[in-house]
Structures are given as structure tokens and as C-alpha cells.
Ligand binder design. Structure first.
Ligand SMILES: Nc1ncnc2c1ncn2[C@@H]1O[C@H](COP(=O)(O)OP(=O)(O)OP(=O)(O)O)[C@@H](O)[C@H]1O
Length: 270
């Protein structure tokens, strides 16, 4: 679904590459975390998928298209296959929740009948039924992100890119957003999420691609944020979750008694 072949990106001649010889293959339906320190190249990776920039070297295929060679007039069609959410939501402040989501369909020429059916359905899915008429300023951060996610997926894109989607949210709200992203992924949408949120990555146990100074230094099928497991080889997963001293505190802290922690994302309500 997304393939990087020996991709390098140099923004400014003479500067250190933002990405260097990156090869990553993301299959249809995968959920991939992109992790790494600030400046390691995560946003650059996502921007190349979106064809906001072209790679300096290498090939990038997205949903079957060679995006580096794509002519400009074909870029909008590529972007219809891609939903995007950001840390700062980026909702249109002068439009209601309904209008924000409907706008995404209107700009690509969907008929009114499609808008009328699709918008309520997607708002229901993200848990915003009843809040259609609110302005973004009348929503909590988590609700704003839900609206942004609704807008990103209302056109049923094959791929959802998320750049720090929980970066502005508290732990409980982040958990709800992750459940929602997980649910979207379980419907077949490929999800690539750049994040600094170690606890979410550790809890989800999905594929982790780690960048460091633009280079892929780790690509694990079911990874954690850092190298914690090599430090704690004998400690089981639930023990890690229950051990505040290890720093994995947040998700277990908001777990209600009797709730199954390990698969909370997979089957929980958003
Ligand atoms: N438009 C740009 N022009 C020039 N340099 C850029 C541009 N965008 C990013 N860079 C540089 O490329 C490198 C990678 O940046 P990038 O934003 O991809 O990292 P990141 O991992 O997403 O960081 P963060 O976690 O802080 O968002 C950095 O050195 C950055 O300064």
C-alpha cells in the first residue's frame, strides 16, 4: 500500500538529509507507528506519502502510484486515497462539526445525497452524534480530534496518516482516540501514525518503525516505543503495565477494575 525504496530527502542543498536511504513496505490493512526523536524525519515521511514534497532519491509507491513521478494534476486524486489528521486538529473554525465533515465531500464534488447519508453515519461512528451543530470552539480537544478524524475518513480513504494525533490530548482522551483509530484500521484502512506517545505504542503492540536522524534504525512487527523489552526480558506484559516505576503508568492508571487491559484497544468502544 505504501512502499519506500531507498528514499532520501534533502530539503536544503548541503544540509543533512531529513531521510536517508529509507526502505519501508507497508501492507494493505497494517497499523504502523512511526517513532523517533524530534527531527528524526517522521513528518517528512508522511509529507512524502502525501506528495507535499518529492524525494531527492529513491522511489515511493502509494496505493499503486509512483508518487515521485506523478504529474501535479494527478496529485488531488492521490490525496483522495489519503485521510490525514494532525496534532492541532485543523478544523475550519467558522464551520460547524457537520459542515467541517461535509466540506470534505463537497470539495471533491460528491452529490448532496451522498453528503446527507455519509456525514451523520461517520459522526455517529466517531461518537459525535448530537454535536453536529457545535462550532469547533464548543468542543473538547478529544471531540475536535474526533471531528477531524471523521473529516479524514468520510471519503473512505484507503490510507489514514496521523501526525501526533494524541499530542494535544490528555491520557484518557488519547486512549479513546486510539480505540477509534484501531476501529478504523479494523475496517481495512491502512494506518500510519507518527507519535512520541510511548505508552500508546507500548500498549498497542503494532508494527513500529523507528527513525533516527533520517535513518530507519528499527522495524518490528509488534514493537514497543523504545528498547524496553531488552531491558526487561523476564517481565510479562501485564506486569509492565502495572509497574509505575517503569514509567508505563498511564493506561493502567485509567483502567477500570475488572477491565481487560491488554486488549482494551481492540474491542473497546471509542
Ligand atoms: N520544509 C523543510 N525545509 C527544510 N528542512 C526541513 C523541512 N521540514 C523538515 N525539515 C528538517 O528535516 C528534518 C526532519 O524533520 P521532520 O519534521 O521530518 O522530523 P520529525 O521527526 O517529524 O520531528 P517532530 O517530532 O519534531 O515533528 C529536521 O532536521 C528538520 O529541521
Amino acid at each position: 500500500m505504501i512502499r519506500f525504496e531507498n528514499v532520501s530527502k534533502v530539503y536544503t542543498r548541503g544540509a543533512r538529509p531529513a531521510l536517508e536511504d529509507v526502505s519501508v513496505d507497508v501492507q494493505r490493512g497494517e497499523f504502523v507507528f512511526l517513532v523517533g526523536a524530534s527531527g528524526s524525519g517522521k513528518s517528512t515521511f508522511l509529507s512524502l506519502v502525501l506528495r507535499e514534497h518529492r524525494p531527492t532519491r529513491g522511489r515511493i509507491y502509494v496505493a499503486g502510484r509512483d508518487v515521485a513521478r506523478l504529474s501535479s494534476w494527478r496529485v488531488p486524486k492521490l490525496r483522495r486515497e489519503l485521510g490525514v489528521v494532525f496534532q492541532d486538529f485543523r478544523l475550519l473554525q467558522n464551520k460547524t462539526v457537520y459542515e467541517n465533515v461535509a466540506f470534505a465531500l463537497k470539495v471533491i464534488g460528491k452529490p448532496r445525497s451522498v453528503v446527507r447519508d455519509a456525514v451523520p453515519e461517520i459522526l455517529d461512528m466517531v461518537g459525535l452524534s448530537g454535536k453536529e451543530k457545535r462550532m469547533p470552539t464548543e468542543l473538547s480537544g478529544g471531540e475536535q480530534q474526533r471531528a477531524a478524524i471523521a473529516r479524514a475518513i468520510v471519503n473512505r480513504p484507503q490510507i489514514l496518516l496521523a501526525d501526533e494525533p494524541t499530542g494535544n490530548l490528555d491520557p484518557t482522551t488519547s486512549l479513546g482516540i486510539m480505540r477509534l483509530l484501531d476501529r478504523i484500521n479494523s475496517t481495512g484502512t491502512t494506518v500510519v501514525m507518527a507519535t512520541h506517545d510511548d505508552e500508546i505504542v507500548n500498549e498497542m503492540r503494532r508494527r513500529v518503525v523507528e527513525l533516527s536522524d533520517g535513518v530507519v534504525v528499527r522495524d518490528e512487527a509488534s514493537g514497543v516505543y523504545g528498547e524496553r523489552e531488552s531491558i526487561l526480558p523476564e517481565v510479562g506484559r501485564s506486569t509492565v503495565l502495572d509497574t509505575p516505576a517503569r514509567g508505563v503508568r498511564r493506561l493502567s492508571a485509567i483502567r477500570r477494575p475488572g477491565h481487560e487491559p491488554a486488549r482494551a484497544f481492540t474491542h473497546g468502544e471509542a
